[in-house]
Design a protein around this ligand. Structure first.
Ligand SMILES: NC(=O)c1ccc[n+]([C@@H]2O[C@H](COP(=O)([O-])OP(=O)(O)OC[C@H]3O[C@@H](n4cnc5c(N)ncnc54)[C@H](O)[C@@H]3O)[C@@H](O)[C@H]2O)c1
Length: 280
């Protein structure tokens, strides 16, 4: 099947080669309760679709109520056997995060998987970053990942089982000028993933991170519109000569959450078309 994702913005197309892959079926996902942060758009929406396709039930958490309502409609139409609930919150607000996970527990009785995905881009010269912009990057890209992991783990420890997948970035394992806040917060997510994986393994919790390369989402489209990303140059620099698809990131997360990955914890998996391998 040729992959296409309606959440991908039309204006970032066309791709020189369209990604072609089969959606795989993943064991161990059916009937699981999955919390997806930033589930209203982009990679988060693709994660929600991928897990629903495999029979999971979802709680979406997003700051954008309209995006989440649209996502819920799309998911319920495509996957009527999956229950989809929504909770509007900023993941940077720890009280709202506690309330969101309590809501998930009240709705579903358990929390099996957390897809800790919400994040924002910050891509500008370091001397131009205001204190507010710096704090926003740290709060949304890093602090929120901890608050959500902690809230999920409190429930998972009761169950003595759970899977947490944090969305870092290829920029969490590589470095660039004009991206200090983004690279540093995403690298911090990698470090946190390893620390918490070690700490919570004894409770049956596995935690890994995914590191998307440039992926066709509204976030990338917004940067392109603002003149802060040259998508054609990115495509040319990528050995596979294209951007990633949100659904390709979902496939990676599905594998890591599945019963094929039960010995994998504390790792980051980068899906970037070869970008980070390409030194020159
Ligand atoms: N698109 C890429 O090229 C790319 C590459 C590497 C990593 N990532 C990471 O993937 C994740 C998703 O990115 P995307 O491209 O899908 O972005 P996106 O902007 O398309 O979607 C992000 C979603 O998160 C929500 N969100 C933002 N701030 C929030 C907050 N404070 N609380 C709750 N929800 C919030 C937004 O409303 C939106 O629905 C991010 O962590 C991003 O850093 C993206």
């Amino acid at each position: 099947m040729s992959y296409s994702d309606s959440s991908a913005p039309a204006s970032v197309q066309p791709q020189p080669e369209t990604a072609v892959f089969q959606h795989s079926a993943y064991a161990g996902i059916h009937d699981k309760v999955v919390v997806v942060t930033g589930g209203g758009s982009g990679i988060g929406l693709a994660l929600a679709k991928g897990f629903a396709r495999n029979g999971a039930h979802l709680l979406l958490i997003d700051i954008n109520a309209q995006a989440m309502a649209d996502a819920k409609g799309e998911l319920q139409e495509a996957f009527p056997n999956s229950r989809v609930e929504c909770f509007q919150a900023s993941v940077a607000d720890e009280d709202a995060v506690e309330a969101a996970f309590a809501h998930a527990k009240a709705c579903f009785g358990r929390i099996d998987v957390l897809l800790n995905n919400a994040g924002v881009s910050i891509n500008k010269p370091s001397l131009d970053i205001s204190p507010a912009e710096w704090r926003r990057a740290v709060e949304i890209n890093f602090n929120s990942v901890f608050f959500c992991a902690q809230a999920a783990a409190r429930h998972m420890i009761e169950q003595q089982a759970g899977v947490i997948i944090n969305t870092s970035s290829m920029w969490g394992v590589s470095h660039s000028a004009d991206r200090t806040a983004y690279c540093a917060t995403k690298a911090a997510v990698v470090s946190m993933t390893k620390c918490l994986a070690v700490e919570w393994a004894r409770h049956g919790i596995r935690m890994n991170a995914i590191g998307p390369g440039y992926t066709r989402t509204p976030l990338v489209e917004e940067l392109q519109r603002a003149g802060r990303l040259d998508v054609e140059a990115l495509r040319k620099r990528t050995p596979l000569q294209r951007l990633g698809e949100p659904g390709e990131m979902a496939e990676l997360a599905l594998f890591l959450a599945s019963s094929s990955a039960t010995f994998i914890t504390g790792q980051i998996y980068v899906s970037d078309g070869g970008w980070t391998a390409n030194g020159f």
